[in-house]
Design a protein around this ligand. Structure first.
Ligand code: HEC
Ligand code: HEC
Length: 445
């Protein structure tokens, strides 16, 4: 009840938060192809060619030995999927299986153990990610399944929403038991607009962390290992901001998800106990060339943000409610990029990603209890909300939250807790009309 009072108290000064779309950074496409469009200024023949080459690499079905085309070889020995696009359909987000009889199609499971000195390490046998598949002669690690418990939540006015809490279990484990393991099931996020986020300077993220916030809301950066620089830096990508930059994120996806080595991840994706995996000779080293890494980095960095739908009185009211419910304290609507991007367009821009790129304690219900660098088992990075209204248009099954448990935006909001509990209570206590206006605003992004 206190939260409800708080929401009302704020009404008087809350105002609409819809920013003017910046047409140089956005694409007018609001179709299933909305996440696949380059910035309009990426139009000279050389840039177009690099963009196309990167696009091919992202969509390519990789093979073991290449056959006719050696450029796309090196899959495995252990891997999760044949292609990047398999988990990021239409460059969008993944989704969770509907129950234990379905396989994970667009998500993965991270693994680690805690040693006697409380250090978090990759699992000694299975490594830091479960790879379901192996090339002939190398057996896949096993299968991960999700089972759900459902629970009803009642909103102001009596509306009832059923949430589903996933429980992870493993079967067909080929390399022995997975006991005392820390796990984190994660769906693939969408991959547009990342050139801009990659270009947010550390000072801007620290500024977000230091910004004054209402009682109960904190927010701090993750500190992670940058392989190229060989030092700890602020993390930006991944559900726990567990990866420092776009290039390392791409190389780690090739390595962890497809078993493809690169300059940044030169050793094969096998643990010391996986002897058949280790004994499989690589047909080349590294399997992904620096040029290919450049191409795919350019491609992902050059993917434009869908232009929000034209504001209407209803979406403007929804935007005001979004602000009033404190959503914008974490889903910050303005960040300023630096000048480190190779794409000049992305330098020194004000953007509206609706994220502060910080970690927040989101409560017990969302906790994976698996620390990731300095992120605790209860902390998650605020995900960007730009383009989120098109998620289901891009892929009808698209899921929300780190493990895809939320099937709708409303379910995603209702899972908020911890630092976001006041925001969640505000939303629950809004009238049915107010809730639908807020959701309408999200759908307009
Ligand atoms: C098995 C499913 C899967 C495959 C295959 C996959 N990804 Fe991902 N991707 C994910 C998941 C899950 C995350 C979030 C990881 C995390 O939180 O640690 C992610 C995160 C990312 C991100 C960061 C997005 C962000 O906003 O933080 C990028 C970029 C990315 N993947 C690119 C790729 C590329 C390039 C490939 C192909 C080499 C690829 N992915 C293949 C599941 C996948
Ligand atoms: C304390 C910070 C915080 C506040 C306040 C907050 N959020 Fe979030 N939000 C997060 C984090 C962190 C996640 C990711 C949680 C996860 O995946 O487990 C998230 C996830 C989401 C998602 C799902 C995004 C995705 O990519 O799947 C939506 C939608 C969302 N928030 C909307 C809202 C709305 C609407 C409000 C206000 C009612 C709000 N949030 C308030 C931090 C916050």
């Amino acid at each position: 009840m206190r939260a409800a009072f708080f929401c009302i108290a704020m009404l008087s000064w809350a105002c609409a938060a819809i920013a003017e779309p910046d047409t140089t950074l956005t694409t007018p496409h609001r179709s299933a192809e909305a996440y696949t469009q380059p910035y309009a200024s990426v139009s000279d023949p050389a840039s177009r060619q690099t963009f196309q080459a990167g696009r091919t690499l992202f969509r390519q079905v990789w093979t073991i030995d290449g056959g006719e085309d050696d450029r796309f070889s090196g899959l495995g020995p252990l891997y999760s999927r044949f292609s990047c696009i398999a988990c990021h359909p239409g460059n969008g987000r993944g989704f969770a299986p509907d129950g234990p009889t379905q396989s994970m199609k667009a998500m993965l499971v991270r693994l680690s153990v805690q040693d006697t000195q409380q250090r978090i390490l990759p699992h000694p046998v299975y490594g830091d990610q479960l790879n379901e598949f192996g090339i002939p002669g190398v057996i896949g690690e096993g299968i991960a399944q999700l089972e759900y418990q459902t629970m009803p939540v009642t909103l102001a006015g009596g509306e009832e929403v059923i949430l589903r809490q996933p429980q992870l279990r493993f079967s067909e484990l080929a390399y022995g038991p997975l006991d005392n393991v820390l796990t984190s099931a994660r769906i693939a996020p969408a991959v547009f607009g990342l050139g801009l986020l990659d270009n947010i300077p550390e000072e801007e993220i620290l500024r977000q962390a230091q910004r004054r916030k209402p009682a109960g809301i904190r927010g701090r950066p993750n500190m992670v290992w940058d392989i190229a620089q060989q030092k700890m830096v602020i993390g930006k990508f991944g559900w726990k901001a567990n990866v420092p930059n776009l290039r390392q994120q791409i190389a780690s996806a090739f390595h962890g998800d497809l078993g493809i080595t690169s300059r940044l991840f030169a050793a094969p994706n096998c643990t010391v106990t996986q002897t058949t995996c280790l004994a499989t000779p690589a047909i080349k080293s590294p399997e992904l060339t620096d040029q290919q890494l450049d191409e795919i980095q350019f491609y992902l960095a050059a993917l434009a943000i869908p232009q929000p739908a034209a504001p209407t009185p209803a979406t403007q009211r929804g935007a005001a409610l979004f602000k009033q419910a404190q959503c914008m304290e974490c889903h910050t609507d303005q960040l300023r990029t630096g000048q480190q991007s190779g794409i000049a367009l992305l330098n020194q821009r004000t953007i509206h990603p609706y994220t502060d790129l910080l970690l927040h304690d989101m409560g017990e219900g969302l906790a994976d209890n698996r620390p990731d660098f300095s992120a605790t088992g209860r902390e998650w990075r605020t995900p960007p909300l730009w383009g989120i209204g098109l998620a289901k248009k891009v892929h009808p099954e698209a899921g929300f939250l780190h493990d895809g448990r939320a099937r709708t935006l409303q379910e995603a909001i209702l899972w908020h807790d911890g630092e976001a509990s006041t925001a969640k209570e505000c939303f629950k206590n809004f009238s049915r009309e107010e809730r639908s206006l807020l959701l309408l605003f999200l759908e307009s992004l």
